[in-house]
Design a protein around this ligand. Structure first.
Ligand SMILES: [Zn+2]
Length: 285
């Protein structure tokens, strides 16, 4: 796709390191043309995926809800877009937030509904009644999968009550691991970067935002940045046990691997985290 315009600032984007990816030299926004196949017949193993993802997601949700506790008092009417298994809904509900979800993937929807969570099938905002208004709308690892981020930011502004907030939690272009993977791809090792874009998965990443690009996108929709923070992207809880669980790894080698993982976490701690959150408030004057 030559001549593609940046979703955040309108500048013409240039092809980036991987095929089907593009970068805006003006604001640092990256986009992809990777194919999306939600609800396609071939499914990935959701049980395995859930076990692998749940510890880091739960840790991030606790951190995010702690960081935004003053903005989300009990009773807040909240919509979680693309709620997947409903883990964020469960964490929010436990804090007294009136949380409901939207989910287009029917396998995920079934898991959330079996758990008794108030989840509606479909996409935002089409699946909502036209007069639905929320005090908070959240996108947890969802915004980077959406095909029209600028249109989405405008739809968020329209679905928020006056003074309402949007919380966007996503992997960012400034992140240490993303930058390292992009450097490796430039050197010819493309696997890690392709994995970060989730190439080949049913719902790959279509965007990697820099912080200025995301702020500009929401400002253009009438939403002002009021808070920003980092979430941990490397969880070491149980790491030694996971390394030792592989019987082929002896105690000496496991200790070396564990030390290497701790060192990687320490080095990564000196750089921007790959997972960040941004809180935008609807401006009403
Ligand atoms: Zn741009």
């Amino acid at each position: 796709m030559s001549g593609r315009a940046c979703a955040a600032c309108g500048t013409k984007m240039r092809p980036d390191v991987l095929p089907a990816t593009f970068r805006c030299g003006a604001c640092g926004f990256l986009a992809s043309d990777l194919p999306v196949r939600i609800n396609a017949a071939e499914a990935i193993d959701e049980d395995v995926r859930a076990i692998a993802l749940k510890p880091i997601r739960d840790a991030n949700f606790t951190q995010l809800l702690d960081a935004c506790a003053d903005l989300l008092p009990p009773g807040t009417r909240l919509l979680d877009v693309g709620c997947a298994h409903g883990w964020f809904l469960q964490a929010a509900t436990a804090r007294g937030i009136a949380a409901e979800g939207l989910e287009p993937d029917r396998a995920m929807l079934a898991i959330a509904q079996v758990a008794g969570l108030p989840v509606r099938e479909g996409y935002f905002p089409a699946a909502l009644p036209p007069d639905a208004r929320f005090q908070a709308i959240t996108f947890n690892d969802v915004f980077e999968h959406l095909p029209d981020p600028a249109g989405m930011a405008r739809a968020v502004a329209a679905a928020l009550a006056p003074g309402g907030i949007a919380i966007v939690n996503l992997p960012v272009a400034e992140g240490f691991i993303f930058c390292a993977a992009r450097l490796l791809a430039r050197l010819g090792l493309r696997g890690p970067l392709a994995r970060m874009w989730q190439e080949g998965l049913p719902s790959p990443h279509l965007s990697y935002f820099s912080a200025p690009a995301l702020e500009r996108l929401f400002a253009d929709a009438g939403l002002r940045l009021v808070r920003r923070g980092e979430l941990a992207s490397i969880v070491t809880t149980g790491l030694y046990a996971r390394i030792r669980y592989d019987r082929s790894v002896g105690p000496g080698r496991a200790a070396v691997l564990y030390a290497a993982a701790l060192a990687a976490r320490a080095v990564a701690g000196l750089f921007p985290s790959d997972i960040q959150f941004f809180v935008f408030r609807r401006e009403d004057d």
